[in-house]
Write a protein that binds this ligand. Structure first.
Ligand code: SF4
Length: 307
């Protein structure tokens, strides 16, 4: 069978090893060298173009159903739990904690929960909704396991690598948020980012108030494609007497978008994290759909005040 292998960036270093194993089993194997951002980003077009009958996608769980043969290969990471001792003191004021992690550490969630229960905490693991499939699991764009327990808990605890995932959950919750990062060896509250991101969002909105030409970004990635939303937003902008065009790409190249000098602001309909995390990569404001709505509301209020 001809198979296309797909790896997120952190696992590409192991691509050859997996390719050789599958070849030894009699398969013809090709490795995708395209950047891969999640299971929302299945290389189905690539697979079809090379006549592959199957994609083996490493490191993520199923995100959405697709009409193609895809095998998901999870990638569990055994992080050192010794760091948990250092979370006891910062969590002392909080009796009920909501625990979340990423797919790579789901197999460690019970042990982490057991540690905190043994230290007198009531541990609440939220049910998933949206794209996440397991209780306590969060994605960069789906923090349902945290948001669903916001009213029940005194604080949240994220166990896992990096800040990308907990930042998404932080912005959808209101309680103190402790990140235990076993690879960097850090244990810290990240609550300050709520205000930083709120101010950044306000800054983008105000910087777009005089915009006349809006570029609506729509991706062809199968799990992120939202052309209906792009069309709705284009119609909204035009309905306000302004110009809009839909800009399509698979992976947006921000240098290339920066060359589109006619546009005064851009609106994201792809991965929701683009308009949160990548705004500094564009010279013009990069808005979410909600932020665009706010811009149009302010423009309408200004027009009424002038009339
Ligand atoms: S955060 Fe973005 S890249 Fe990650 S799973 Fe969600 S849509 Fe995909």
């Amino acid at each position: 069978m001809r198979i296309l292998l797909q790896f997120p960036e952190g696992l590409k270093q192991e691509a050859l090893k997996h390719a050789k194993k599958l070849e030894a089993e009699g398969n013809e194997v090709v490795i995708s060298a395209t950047p891969t951002f999640g299971a929302c980003d299945l290389a189905i077009d690539e697979a079809k173009n090379i006549g592959a009958e199957k994609i083996v996608h490493f490191g993520h769980a199923e995100f959405h159903h697709v009409d193609f043969n895809v095998e998901y290969v999870p990638y569990d990471i055994d992080a050192d739990l010794g760091i948990l001792d250092r979370a006891v003191e910062p969590l002392r004021p909080y009796g009920k904690i909501g625990l979340v992690t990423t797919i790579q550490h789901m197999h460690q969630l019970d042990k982490v929960a057991g540690f905190f229960r043994a230290n007198g905490k009531e541990v609440i693991i939220g049910k998933p909704y949206g794209f996440a499939k397991q209780g306590g699991q969060i994605l960069g764009c789906d923090a349902g396991s945290a948001a669903s327990t916001d009213r029940q808990v005194d604080a949240f605890v994220y166990f896992g690598g990096g800040l990308f995932h907990p930042l998404g959950a932080l912005l959808m919750t209101s309680k103190p948020f402790l990140v235990i990062e076993p690879f960097q060896g850090t244990v810290e509250f990240i609550d300050k980012y709520r205000e930083i991101y709120r101010k950044r969002s306000r800054g983008k909105i105000l910087a777009s108030v005089d915009a006349k030409n809006f570029g609506i970004l729509a991706t062809t990635k199968n799990g992120q494609n939202n052309m209906p939303m792009a069309k709705i937003l284009k119609a909204k902008v035009e309905g306000a007497g302004l110009n809009a065009a839909i800009l399509v790409s698979n992976t947006f190249d921000f240098d290339s978008i920066n060359n589109m000098l006619e546009f005064d602001a851009f609106v994201n309909t792809a991965c929701p994290r683009i308009s949160i995390d990548d705004t500094d990569r564009l010279r013009k404001p990069l808005l979410s759909a909600n932020e665009l709505n706010e811009v149009l509301k302010i423009k309408a209020e200004m027009a009424r005040a002038k009339a």
